[in-house]
Design a protein around this ligand. Structure first.
Ligand SMILES: Cc1cc2nc3c(=O)[nH]c(=O)nc-3n(C[C@H](O)[C@H](O)[C@H](O)COP(=O)(O)OP(=O)(O)OC[C@H]3O[C@@H](n4cnc5c(N)ncnc54)[C@H](O)[C@@H]3O)c2cc1C
Length: 411
C-alpha cells in the first residue's frame, strides 16, 4: 500500500479523489459509519464561505469527476444552480455533494478507526478497529486528516457548543432566555436562526469579548493570502514571525460573512417595527468568566473589558461558539516528531511532519497546520493545492501542476 489516509473529512476525501486518477494505491479509514460534514451546523439557509469552484478537486484538476459541477450535472441541479446566480453553495448541499463523492470512491472504508500506528522498516504499521475486529496493514506513507474537536473553556458548565446546535435547536427555540457567546460565523448563524423564530416573549442575547461585531471582509487583494505564493512565503518565516502574523489575521478569520450580518441587522430592525424592544441584548467587550448551572438555569458572569463593570445574566440555555482544537491521535506521541512548541509540530513545505531521524515513509498532515502554513491551513480551496502537492510527493513526480495561478500581490 502506498498510503493510508486517516479520517475522511473534505481534506482527505479530496485527496482520495485526486489519487484515484493516479497509480498510487491508497485507502482512507473513517471512524464514522457514513460521510457527514459538521452536521451540528447544517442550518437551512446558511451557505459556504468559499466559492463553488473551490470544491474537492477543481483547482488541481477541473476534469476530475468529483467536481461540484459534475455533481450538479449528475444530480439534475446544474440548470437551477446557474439560474439562481450564486457563487456559494448551501452548507447542506455541500454535505450532500461530499456524500455523493464518497459513494463513488471505492477507496474509503467507513466505520474504521485508526487506533494505532508504529514505525516499520518500509513505512508504517497501521492498526484499524472496526465493529470489534482489529486488522493491521502496512503503508509507505500516512496522511493525517483527523480534523478539529469542539473546544469549551473550563468554567462553562452544561453549555451547548455550536457544533451540537442542530441536535438542540428545537429545545433552544422552546426556551425563554437564551444566550449565544462568541462572535464568529458560527455564533452569528446560531443567533440569527434563533432570533428569526423567537416569539415576543422570548429573549435571545448575543455576547462577545470582541471590540465590536466584525464583518469578514478582506477585500479582493486581501484574499490573496489564500494563494500558493502566500503559503510559501508564510512557511519560510521564523516561528515567532508566523505566530505574530497569525494574530494579525484573527479579524478575518473570526469575522462574520457580510450577508449573515445584514440578515441579522434586518431581522433586528423588523422585530422593532411594531414594538420598541427587540428582546435581544447585544453585548460587546464582555469577557465571560464563568457559566454555572443550577436548578435548570445558567448564571453567566463576566466583566466589561475596558470599564471593569460586572456583567451578570440568567439564562435557560447558553450556546457557546468557542471554537475547535486540532485532533492529534495519541499514537503520534510514539513517533520521533520534531516540535516547534507544545502541540505545534515542525512541518516541511510539502506538508510532511519533520522527524528526528530519516524514515522511509512520510507522515503528511492536513491537521494542525496553522502555525506552519498560515490561515490557508483551514481553507477548503487551498486544501486542493495541498492535496496536489501531497500526491506529487507520494508519487515522486509532478502529476498535478501547482503554483501556476499567480496572485497580483508579491509576497
Ligand atoms: C461549521 C463549519 C463550517 C466551515 N465552513 C467552511 C467553509 O465554508 N469554507 C472553508 O474553507 N472552511 C470551512 N470550515 C473550516 C474547514 O475547512 C472544515 O472544518 C473542514 O471540515 C476540515 O476538514 P478536515 O478533513 O480536516 O476535517 P473534518 O471535516 O473534521 O473530518 C475529520 C474526520 O476524521 C475522522 N477521524 C478522526 N480521527 C480518526 C481516526 N483515528 N480514525 C478514523 N477517522 C478519524 C473524524 O470522524 C472526521 O470525520 C468550516 C468549519 C466549520 C466548523
Amino acid at each position: 500500500m502506498d498510503f493510508v489516509a486517516v479520517g475522511c473529512g473534505p481534506y482527505n476525501l479530496g485527496l482520495m479523489a485526486l489519487a484515484e486518477k493516479t497509480t498510487l494505491r491508497g485507502i482512507c479509514f473513517e471512524k464514522r459509519t457514513e460521510m457527514m460534514w459538521h452536521e451540528g451546523m447544517l442550518i437551512e439557509g446558511m451557505t459556504m464561505q468559499t466559492h463553488y469552484l473551490q470544491d474537492l478537486v477543481t483547482l488541481a484538476d477541473p476534469t476530475n469527476e468529483a467536481s461540484f459541477l459534475n455533481y450538479l450535472n449528475k444530480t439534475g441541479r446544474l440548470q437551477t444552480f446557474i439560474t439562481q446566480e450564486r457563487n456559494t453553495i448551501p452548507r447542506t448541499e455541500y454535505n450532500r455533494y461530499l456524500r455523493w463523492v464518497s459513494e463513488r470512491l471505492s477507496t474509503i472504508e467507513f466505520g474504521h478507526e485508526v487506533s494505532d500506528v508504529t514505525l516499520e522498516a518500509e513505512g508504517f504499521l497501521v492498526t484499524v478497529e472496526s465493529a470489534g475486529q482489529t486488522k493491521q496493514l502496512r503503508a509507505k506513507h500516512l496522511v493525517l486528516g483527523t480534523g478539529m474537536a469542539p473546544f469549551v473553556p473550563a468554567g462553562f458548565e452544561q453549555v451547548i457548543h455550536t457544533s451540537e446546535y442542530m441536535t438542540y435547536r428545537d429545545v433552544l427555540k422552546d426556551r425563554y432566555r437564551v444566550a449565544v457567546v462568541g462572535s464568529g460565523q458560527s455564533a452569528a448563524e446560531v443567533f440569527l436562526d434563533l432570533l428569526r423564530d423567537a416569539t415576543d416573549e422570548q429573549r435571545v442575547d448575543w455576547i462577545t469579548r470582541s471590540d465590536h461585531f466584525e464583518t469578514l471582509e478582506a477585500g479582493k487583494l486581501g484574499d490573496e493570502i489564500f494563494s500558493v505564493d502566500y503559503v510559501k512565503y508564510f512557511h519560510s518565516l521564523s516561528y515567532t514571525s508566523r505566530k505574530e502574523l497569525i494574530r494579525s489575521f484573527e479579524r478575518f478569520r473570526h469575522g462574520v460573512n457580510p450577508e449573515t450580518m445584514t440578515a441579522i441587522y434586518e431581522t433586528l430592525y423588523h422585530r422593532t417595527a411594531e414594538r420598541d424592544s427587540t428582546k435581544a441584548e447585544l453585548l460587546t467587550q464582555v469577557e465571560v468568566e464563568s457559566i454555572t448551572y443550577d436548578w435548570l438555569t445558567h448564571q453567566l458572569t463576566g466583566k466589561k473589558m475596558y470599564t471593569g463593570e460586572e456583567v451578570e445574566r440568567t439564562y435557560d440555555l447558553v450556546v457557546v461558539a468557542t471554537g475547535y482544537r486540532p485532533v492529534l491521535p495519541s499514537w503520534i506521541d510514539r513517533l520521533p516528531i520534531v516540535w516547534e512548541a507544545e502541540r505545534e509540530w515542525r512541518v516541511g513545505e510539502t506538508y510532511e511532519v519533520r522527524m528526528e531521524e530519516e524514515l522511509s515513509g512520510k507522515l503528511f498532515t492536513h491537521t494542525n497546520l496553522e502555525h506552519s502554513h498560515g490561515p490557508a491551513a483551514t481553507n477548503l480551496g487551498m486544501a486542493v493545492y495541498r492535496n496536489a502537492i501531497i500526491v506529487n510527493e507520494m508519487a515522486g513526480e509532478t502529476l498535478y501542476e501547482v503554483g501556476g495561478q499567480k496572485p497580483f500581490t508579491t509576497f
